[in-house]
Design a protein around this ligand. Structure first.
Ligand SMILES: Nc1ncnc2c1ncn2[C@@H]1O[C@H](COP(=O)(O)OP(=O)(O)OP(=O)(O)O)[C@@H](O)[C@H]1O
Length: 471
């Protein structure tokens, strides 16, 4: 199956997670609920929203004026397009404040479409696909925060992520979004977080990885699954396609009440996975992309012809010599190549971080955190980091090796997730694929055919040409 290499990485990660030391992961949001909806006039709300987004984008050199953001969100062909405002989505005032404090101005297409479905009464199930970096996480986080009853001190929403790092990242989004809703508390169900036997959780939202969530619902009984109202599967296709995760997710699902709302999200759903999802989710609403919509126009895709890994490395150096790259993620097929490449890049004077499957999850989370803080500019990794990781400043993704499954066939889903680490929420991004043999050229051609999207050739000996594509 297309996700096997990812599955392997995930399994390694789950195993490694066992050895992480304890950490109190309970989040107690501090601030009191500020103003009610009545107190915030639409004009003031709009100004605050516009200003906060503008500040965020100017800080990250994305735009110079609010107009450019507005242009992006008013283009009906953009996945960021929306006709509605967050106010019109009838969010609780304290969530509206959280959204604005995060610098969000308008909802994206997936947020605008999915939120009314997720907030409808009676609750409706949803299987939703939307391009990478278009705000799926924010969408289901808002749904969970909207559904909890803070007066009830027990878990009501359960969110399962395929990896420790993603669970942490999504938890951070819940914390930020719920900053003005301090009555709602969050607990991380990840393997290092050891609780005393017999404890009954009081936190209303639990985010975690499937094995730990399952233990907490069954063996350890920290969570009463019968009281769960919302169940979210993030990166749902990999949860379904990976045997271990599938078993665990289905065992969790079976313990939930019949009327529990099920929400499945991903940027990719292979056909067989999609069909399976429809079988396990009763009467779902469905948001599905057409194949040609799956790739983002804001991410420009190129390939470079080489003969060996040394030539690929030289091409990489030429690219770095020609353009300024804020941050880059470089994907390799094996840990060995990743280690070699990271060492070569360091020798060239780059600030490089290396992240691969054999590292302890704690170490991995720390590497991502440093990269997110800009302490390293280049992250060399394997498929372990292909999904979900959201680092705004990544302007270039390099496939040093093209993604293939265990039979050597193109792994289209992983390709999409990898290149989606750049071009987050309307930002422009470059994806450069290194081809080093007839076989890899064949893989590239099949990826082009699959997405029906041309991947242009790039001559890395021609510095002017590289500069041109960067502009
Ligand atoms: N409405 C919004 N306005 C501005 N920024 C937003 C909005 N929604 C989300 N974002 C930002 O866009 C980035 C991408 O969002 P998010 O991580 O939710 O995407 P995703 O669809 O889950 O991506 P992936 O498929 O890679 O998991 C994040 O940095 C998030 O803070």
């Amino acid at each position: 199956m297309a996700t096997d290499s990812w599955a392997l990485a995930v399994d390694e990660q789950e195993a490694a997670a066992e050895s992480v030391g304890p950490d109190p992961f309970t989040v107690h949001t501090r601030r009191r609920l500020l103003r009610s909806r009545r107190e915030m006039s639409p004009v003031v709300a709009h100004d605050r929203a516009a200003q906060s987004l503008l500040n965020k984008l100017i800080r990250s050199n994305l735009v110079n004026t609010t107009n450019q953001v507005e242009v992006l969100q008013r283009d009906p062909n953009s996945p960021l397009y929306s006709v509605r405002s967050f106010e019109e989505l009838r969010l609780k005032p304290q969530l509206l404040q959280g959204v604005y404090a995060m610098g969000f101005n308008r909802p994206s297409k997936i947020q605008e479409t999915a939120l009314p479905m997720m907030l409808a009464e009676p609750p409706q199930n949803l299987i939703a696909q939307s391009q990478s970096g278009t705000g799926k996480t924010a969408a289901f986080v808002l749904a969970m925060l909207s559904h909890v009853d803070p007066a009830n001190r027990w878990p009501q929403c359960l969110c399962v992520s395929p990896t420790y790092e993603l669970a942490l990242q999504t938890g951070k989004v819940i914390e930020q979004m719920g900053k003005f809703y301090p009555e709602v508390k969050l607990m991380y169900a990840i393997r290092g977080n050891k609780l005393d036997r017999g404890v009954k959780l009081q936190e209303q939202i639990v985010i975690g990885t499937p094995g730990t969530v399952l233990d907490w619902c069954s063996k350890l009984r920290f969570i009463d699954p019968k009281k769960i109202k919302v169940f979210v599967l993030d990166e749902a296709d990999v949860m379904i396609a990976t045997q271990g995760h599938q078993d665990q997710s289905i065992r969790i699902q079976r313990m939930l009440p019949k009327n529990c709302q099920m929400l499945l999200f991903s940027a990719t759903f292979e056909e067989s996975v999609w069909n399976f999802a429809k079988r396990i989710v009763p009467e779902p609403n469905i948001i599905k992309l057409k194949r040609e919509e799956e790739t983002l126009d804001t991410i420009k895709q190129y390939y470079v012809n080489c003969n060996c890994k040394e030539e690929k490395f030289q091409a990489l150096c030429n690219i770095y010599g020609a353009i300024t790259i804020a941050q880059a993620m470089i994907f390799c097929h094996t840990r060995k190549t990743a280690g070699w490449l990271a060492a070569e890049l360091s020798r060239e004077g780059h600030q490089v971080a290396l992240l691969s499957g054999e590292m302890m999850v704690e170490q991995r989370a720390a590497v991502i955190e440093r990269f997110r803080d800009g302490k390293e500019k280049v992250l060399v990794t394997t498929n372990v980091c292909a999904r979900g990781i959201d680092v705004e400043q990544v302007s270039v993704v390099i496939n040093f090796d093209l993604p293939v499954d265990k039979d050597g066939n193109p792994d289209n889903e992983t390709y999409l997730h990898r290149i989606g680490r750049t071009g987050r929420f309307g930002k422009r991004g470059l994806a450069i694929n290194m081809v080093d043999s007839k076989a890899s050229m064949n893989i590239l051609n099949r990826i082009q055919e699959h997405f029906n999207k041309k991947i242009e050739k790039l001559d890395t000996d021609d510095l002017d040409e590289i500069e041109k594509i960067a502009n």
